[in-house]
Design a protein around this ligand. Structure first.
Ligand code: KG4
Ligand code: ZN
Length: 357
C-alpha cells in the first residue's frame, strides 16, 4: 500500500493563528490528524475590532508554537510531511505575510513542495472534511469579510452568481452587536440574544430585495439599527432588535438563495442539486434551519461544515493543499501575499458608490 500524503496547512489571514495536519484514508477521503486554532479575541477585545498590526504581532509570537503543536498532536514526525500549504490571500497583508513566509521557509527547509492557498477556497471545500461531496455544487459563502453565491465547478473553477455590494453579512452581525453594546466579536451573541426577543417588533430595510438578482446588500440595515439603538431603553428592546435583525437577514437570504438556485441550474446545469453553506456565519443555527428547509422545498441537498469548521481554521487550508498536491499544483517560493484574491477572477467588481445592478 502506497504512503498516504501528509499535508501541513497554515492559516493567518485575520485573527486566528492555525495549523493542521491532514492525510487521507483508503477511500480517498480526507482525515484530519490535528487541527489547532488559536484565537486572538483577547488581543482585540478592548478595541472593538481586529487591529491589523496587533494581529500580525500575535501571529509572529505564536506561529511556531502552533505549528509544533499541530505536528505533535498528529503523531507524525516533521520529516514525514509531504507538502506545506499556507493561506496567501485574501486577508490582511501583514497577517497573511506571517503564515505565508513561515510556510515557505518550512517547505524549503524540508525540501518539500509549497502550495499557496486561497482562504475562500478553504471555506468552499470545508464540508468535504466531514461529508462526501463531488463537484459541481452551489456555494453560499457567508463570513466576516465575504458574502457570495458561487457555482463551484471544480477545484479552482468558480462562477460567481452574486455578491454583496457593500458590507459582508458577518460584518453586519458584528456591527449590530457593537451598536447593542455587545463585546467584540459580537456576531454569535446576536443569535443568543435573539432567542429572548420578538422578531416582529422592528421593521428593518431589506436593500436590493426586489432587484439585483442574487446580489446582496447589508449597509442600509446598519443605519436603521443605529437609529433604533439611540431610542432603546430596556434590555427587552435590545433582545427585540437582535431578533428583528436576525429575522431580516433570514428573509433576505431566503429570497436571494431561491434566486441563486435558479441561476445555478441555468448556468451550470448540474446532474445533482447540491447546496453548500460555509464561513463563520454558517454557524448560526437559525440561518442553517431556514436554509435546510428551503433545500427540502426546492429538492436541493444541503451540506454544511461542522460548527467548529465554519470559522477560520487550517484543516480547510490543508484540505485544499491535499487536493492540489494530488494534482501536483505547486507554487514557487516567490508567490506573493494577495490581500484581494477573488475566487472568480472574471467577475466584475461590485462594491462602492455607483454600482449598477
Ligand atoms: O469565516 P470567519 O471565521 O472569518 C472570516 O473569514 O471572516 O467568520 C467570522 C464571522 C464574524 O463576523 C462572526 O461574527 C460571524 O462569522 N459569526 C456569526 C456566528 N458565528 C460567527 N454570525 C452570526 N451568527 C453566528 N452564530
Ligand atoms: Zn474565513
Amino acid at each position: 500500500m502506497s504512503k498516504k500524503p501528509l499535508i501541513l496547512g497554515i492559516e493567518s489571514s485575520c485573527d486566528e493563528t492555525a495549523a493542521s495536519i491532514i492525510s487521507e484514508n483508503d477511500q480517498g477521503n480526507p482525515v484530519v490528524l490535528s487541527n489547532v486554532v488559536s484565537s486572538q479575541v483577547d488581543v482585540h477585545k478592548e478595541f472593538g475590532g481586529v487591529v491589523p498590526e496587533l494581529a500580525a504581532r500575535s501571529h509572529i509570537e505564536k506561529i511556531d508554537l502552533i505549528v509544533k503543536k499541530a505536528v505533535d498532536d498528529s503523531g507524525i514526525k516533521i520529516n514525514e510531511i509531504d507538502a506545506v500549504a499556507s493561506t496567501a490571500g485574501p486577508g490582511l497583508i501583514v497577517c497573511l505575510s506571517v503564515g505565508l513566509s513561515f510556510g515557505k521557509a518550512f517547505a524549503a527547509s524540508l525540501n518539500k513542495p509549497f502550495i499557496a492557498i486561497n482562504h475562500l477556497e478553504g471555506h468552499a471545500l470545508s464540508p468535504k472534511l466531514n461529508s462526501k461531496l463531488n463537484y459541481p455544487y452551489l456555494l453560499l459563502l457567508i463570513s466576516g469579510g465575504h458574502s457570495q453565491y458561487l457555482g463551484v465547478k471544480n477545484l479552482g473553477e468558480y462562477k460567481r452568481l452574486g455578491t454583496t455590494i457593500d458590507d459582508a453579512i458577518g460584518e453586519a452581525f458584528d456591527k449590530t452587536a457593537k451598536l447593542l453594546g455587545i463585546e467584540f466579536p459580537g456576531g454569535p451573541q446576536i443569535e443568543v440574544l435573539a432567542k429572548k426577543g420578538n422578531p416582529n417588533k422592528y421593521e428593518l430595510p431589506k436593500p436590493i430585495f426586489n432587484k439585483g438578482g442574487c446580489n446582496l446588500s447589508f449597509a442600509g440595515l446598519k443605519t436603521a439599527v443605529l437609529k433604533i439603538t439611540k431610542k432603546i431603553k430596556s434590555d427587552q428592546e435590545k433582545f427585540d432588535l437582535a431578533a428583528s435583525f436576525q429575522k431580516t437577514i433570514i428573509e433576505i437570504l431566503y429570497k436571494k438563495t431561491k434566486i441563486a438556485f435558479t441561476e445555478f441550474e441555468k448556468e451550470i446545469n448540474p446532474k445533482e442539486k447540491k447546496f453548500v453553506v460555509a464561513g463563520g456565519v454558517a454557524a448560526n443555527k437559525e440561518i442553517r434551519n431556514m436554509l435546510i428547509n428551503l433545500c427540502k422545498e426546492k429538492k436541493f441537498e444541503s451540506i454544511f461544515p461542522t460548527i467548529e469548521l465554519c470559522g477560520d481554521n487550517a484543516a480547510m487550508i490543508a484540505l485544499v493543499g491535499l487536493e492540489k498536491f494530488k494534482l501536483k499544483q505547486f507554487n514557487k517560493l516567490d508567490f506573493p501575499a494577495k490581500p484581494r484574491w477573488p475566487l472568480d477572477e472574471n467577475a466584475i467588481f461590485l462594491k462602492g458608490a455607483g454600482v449598477k445592478l
